[in-house]
Design a protein around this ligand. Sequence first.
Ligand SMILES: [Zn+2]
Length: 311
Amino acid sequence: MKYAIGLDLGGSSIKYGLVSNKGDILQEGKIPSFADESSDRIIEQLLLAVDTVKEYATNNNIELCGIGIGTPGIVDQINGVVLGGAENLKGWENIPLGDIISKYSGLKVWVNNDANVMGLAETRFGIAKGCTDVVFLTVGTGIGGALIIDGKLYGGYKNRGTELGHFPFIADGEPCACGSVGCLETYASAAAMVGRYKRMYKDMNDMECSDVDGEEIVRLYKNGDKLAMAAIDENCRFLGHGIAGFINIFSPQKVVIGGGLADAGEFYLEKIREASRLYVMPDCALNTTIEAAILGNSAGFMGAAGLCLNE
Ligand SMILES: [Zn+2]
């Protein structure tokens, strides 16, 4: 049995765990990331998480084979350097994270993008266990993505690709956080669905609606609320359309959908499946199923640990 430390760095917290190569979690926890303060502060917190898990491992005579880190942004995974692109982490660019953590801990360190490691976790330990070809999408405020091809994470040349949420979807479309317009995430993310609901509410009632989130819209949908039904119908149609594109290109065994909306229930998945069937080339989709992620909040640190456990 092999064991590794997994760290999942986010805008508000660091989730960490001690994970075996079979996917057992021996210890886990969560601390604030202080991401709005400075990169030094974030690193301090990462080291604190490392110390906590190392202490547990020492006390239990567990030998560690390394530390894996999932971080927002673009990562040079060969040199373990965070290059940038993580808007919600202050000063988080050109950080030689692999070297810093490795020098401190004496362990080998792997670093990769957070959505990538979540996709890896679902493939190694979760709903796509045993699959070699997987498309992973995490649908929340934005849409993150990961590709596993032939059993390995695929990131494009120098790991700068697989921004599946920024698949150009509609020319002259809505402005996107990435600086372009009409990306998939501006139409199919949870935030896009909430925006659509609010606009329809205002048109119909001539007043702003009180604050709603994706969860509330799902609840309204289940109660037969017409606007919520229209907003979710549209969200699933856009997402299914985008997924059909990914299926046509990659013909994966599974498309795995994570993020808050994946917990909406089977009805949500079924609507996405229906929509993707409308647009996909059936020959490309012959071996593909669309499933919800199952590892939830543990996916990030499990996949991070999985980076080491691959070796
Ligand atoms: Zn974009």
